[in-house]
Design a protein around this ligand. Structure first.
Ligand code: GLA
Length: 385
């Protein structure tokens, strides 16, 4: 937990209101492998990290909602009975959750809240899912709604789908809410059954290289990918009615039904079906403590995301290529939705510093951008502070 952020959020709450009733912490996430599989009802392998969003909150007796974004030094006002999407953006992740809670039939009053944290914004570490989970947890506690963690995850996802308009899957919220120290979550996105798997970081570090870019295509292309996958399923279904999502399909079906149709649909579905298999084999590698084999699959995932799913960007491709044949790097790939954000790298601990300096210099030379890097640890999910 970041004591600095906690002290600061209390101070800011005091400046604007008085004492918060409590503070909730909800972390950002990484994903080891299994990208763009959540909305295709496959498996994913995420974990919560040591960077989090904090929400300090207090109930009001009227219907006013007063929000403060501590890091941005901005305020926003709304009322419970007129919750609307705002172009200002950051309040949507809080208002959307309140809206969803009311749609579930709960009655809530207004509240004062401060939100801030140390999850780098726009870096693909799911700061927005962390805000949504923190808000869901905070409102659930504040108004005694009796929701369990799974229900909070689902309502957070729904608020992002309906209020914010990104047709995201469930991975980010699930990881933020259910994260567990030193464990990755093997989540079945179809049944929502999950199991924790120890991720042994003895001798290695998980290092994120932040491209520092967020290409504007990110959300529109994300929704397009989802549609392309659905289009593929609809075609496969004509021949194989038992296929309800790409989770049920295999490469033979994809080749047979899609190879002569729309090239993009074919490429997207090929990647997904391959990635589902890769993740399953990757889990076996982890069980066998075979990190080098797992790492090779991360590189293969990157190539699939870049060439078939086409959600990478020159900056992320370059960062992966810079470490590809380096003996101190076990695996690397772009992580998250794509079009910028971070690459995730599994690096031998004692080599991290040298490698970071080397990559940062090359990145600066090639793109004239300063490379930000984060060494992350795997931590617990959403909780009261
Ligand atoms: C974003 C979405 C997730 C998931 C990833 C890609 O982070 O929010 O639901 O689809 O992209 O794996």
């Amino acid at each position: 937990m970041s004591e600095i952020v906690i002290e600061r959020i209390k101070e800011i709450f005091k400046q604007h209101f008085d004492e918060p009733a409590f503070i909730v912490r909800s972390p950002g996430r990484i994903n080891l492998i299994g990208e763009h599989l959540d909305y295709n009802l496959g498996f994913v392998l995420p974990a919560a990290i040591d960077k989090a969003i904090y929400v300090a909150i207090k109930k009001r007796s009227d219907n006013e909602i007063n929000l403060v974004a501590g890091d941005l030094e901005e305020t926003f006002h709304a009322t419970v009975d007129s919750l609307q999407y705002t172009e200002i953006n950051w309040p949507n992740y809080i208002l959307g959750v309140a809206d969803q809670i009311m749609k579930m039939g709960f009655t809530i009053t207004g509240f004062d809240a401060v939100v801030m944290g140390d999850v780098p914004l726009g870096a693909g570490l799911s700061s927005s899912a962390a805000v949504e989970c923190a808000t869901a947890f905070a409102l659930n506690t504040l108004f005694d709604l009796g929701l369990n963690k799974k229900q909070m995850v689902q309502l957070a996802q729904k608020s992002e789908n309906e209020f914010v308009g990104l047709q995201c899957g469930i991975m980010d919220m699930f990881a933020s809410m259910f994260g567990k120290k030193e464990q990755v979550i093997q989540l079945d996105c179809r049944s929502l059954e999950y199991a924790y798997m120890p991720f042994d970081t003895k001798g290695i570090s998980i290092v994120l290289f932040d491209t520092g870019v967020k290409h504007s295509l990110a959300s529109s292309e994300y929704n397009t990918r989802r549609q392309e996958c659905e289009a593929g399923v609809a075609i496969i279904q004509k021949k194989y009615p038992e296929v309800k999502s790409l989770r049920d399909a295999d490469l033979t079906m994809v080749n047979e039904c899609l190879a002569n149709g729309d090239t993009n649909v074919f490429k997207r579905c090929t990647y997904i079906v391959e990635e589902i298999k890769r993740l399953q084999n990757g889990c076996v590698d982890l069980q066998n403590h075979n990190l080098p084999a797992f790492g090779q699959k991360m590189f293969a995932t990157h190539d699939g995301l870049s060439k078939l799913y086409e959600v990478s960007c020159p900056e992320a491709d370059a960062l992966v290529d810079m470490v590809r044949n380096n003996d101190s790097v076990l695996g690397a790939r772009m992580m998250g939705g794509g079009f910028g954000g971070c690459t995730i790298n599994i690096i031998q601990k004692e080599k991290v510093e040298t490698l970071v300096d080397e990559v940062a210099a090359k990145y600066h030379q090639q793109f004239d951008l300063v490379l930000k890097t984060y060494v992350v640890t795997i931590e617990d999910g959403t909780s009261l502070v």
